[in-house]
Design a protein around this ligand. Structure first.
Ligand code: FES
Ligand code: FE2
Length: 358
């Protein structure tokens, strides 16, 4: 049901800075995530192998964790290294550990075959470490399958209706603009949309001086497997030639959203909305952060309600419209990758099953 051999975001680094033992269900597996005292993240099965007590109720000791039921101690690799009152520790005693890596303030986790985990494959988002880009990293929990959030992000037309008075600005956006390009990529898709000569949407108007001046707006969205979305937004003075690359007076935003399935019907949603123009004025990123939460709550209300509809009738037949090209491509690609992965776990003829999937 989930793609396993890929990197997912498990936490922001700031969630772990106080040394907490974070219990987080990921892909329906109970995981303990924490930052060892050495500064390295650790992820273990959150069930003590002795009697199943959650290790998140234990105590961090260096890069190890001690279960605070009967005191078994586990190192960062999950190996049991101490049993109070018992001299011999069986060599294989321990809990599962997951490959983890810290990149760009995010703790990434690999839920699949550990032998295949290559940290070099973690997708880079340089804006998260570039001091020129300012934002407030945050987390939201969704009572909905993560693919419904992916669907939502793959069509900017929803800005016009879900976010009319926040992120969108007008219903006109859906009627007068069209994606100039929808590119199907091997790992996702890219969509680009321009909206020329319109009033700045409320979230942007709040943080600029001239709130009336018309703008040319460009959104470029990139979706990547397993559910990672990057959005580049540009507002330039209307008619200033932004489409031809003249960016004088432009304001830019970089938005990243990382969807990690908690269960088949709940999702961890990590995000940041960065700007490159606030300088020392942090009121701008704070205002944007508040606006984005307002907007995301609009998405959340709609998507969680949609999830309930689908729960009530799992066979509800959806119909596709032209604008669904990107999301259809994404779902097809994901299904194929999951099918291939499952083939890899069984001694079947890969080519034969590939043909079957196709
Ligand atoms: S349950 Fe963890 S030490 Fe007994
Ligand atoms: Fe939205």
């Amino acid at each position: 049901m989930f793609l396993k051999n890929c990197w997912y975001v498990a936490a922001w680094d700031h969630e772990l800075i106080d040394g907490r033992l974070l219990a987080r269900t990921i892909l329906e597996e109970p995981v303990l995530v924490f930052m060892g005292e050495s500064g390295q993240p650790v992820a273990l099965d959150n069930r003590c192998c002795h009697r199943g007590a959650p290790l998140s109720m234990g105590r961090r000791e260096g890069d190890c964790v001690r279960c605070m039921y009967h005191g078994l101690k586990f190192d960062a690799a999950g190996k049991c290294i101490q049993i109070p009152g018992q001299d011999k520790i069986p060599a294989k005693l321990g809990v599962r550990s997951y490959p983890v890596a810290l990149r760009n303030h995010l703790v990434w986790i690999w839920m699949g075959d550990p032998a295949l985990a290559d940290p070099a494959a973690i997708i880079d988002y340089p804006y998260l470490r570039d001091p020129a880009w300012k934002g407030v990293p945050d987390y939201m929990h969704y009572d909905a399958n993560y693919l419904l959030i992916v669907d939502n992000l793959s069509d900017f037309a929803h800005l016009a209706f879900v976010h009319t008075n926040t992120l969108g600005g007008s219903e006109e956006y859906a009627y007068t603009t069209k994606p100039v390009a929808v590119e199907r990529l091997p790992n996702g898709f890219r969509v680009e949309r321009w909206h020329l000569d319109s009033a700045p949407p409320p979230f942007h108007a709040k943080v600029i001086r001239d709130k009336q001046a018309a703008v040319d707006r460009r959104n470029i969205g990139h979706m990547h497997l397993p559910g990672i979305f990057f959005l580049e937004t540009l507002f330039a003075p209307a008619g200033g030639g932004a489409r031809e690359g003249k960016l004088e007076g432009a304001r830019q935003y970089r938005n990243c959203q990382f969807m990690t399935p908690e269960t088949r019907r709940t999702t961890h949603f990590f995000w940041n909305y960065l700007n490159d123009f606030e300088g020392d004025d942090s009121t701008i990123s704070r205002s944007l952060h508040a606006s984005l939460i307002e907007g995301f709550m609009e998405d959340k209300a709609l998507i969680e309600a949609q999830q309930k509809v689908l729960d009530d009738d799992p066979d509800f037949p959806m119909v596709a419209v032209t604008a669904d090209a990107a999301l259809t491509h994404f779902r097809r690609m994901l299904e194929q990758r999951i099918a291939e992965e499952q083939v890899g776990q069984t001694p079947l003829d890969t080519q034969a099953v590939r043909r079957q999937v196709a």
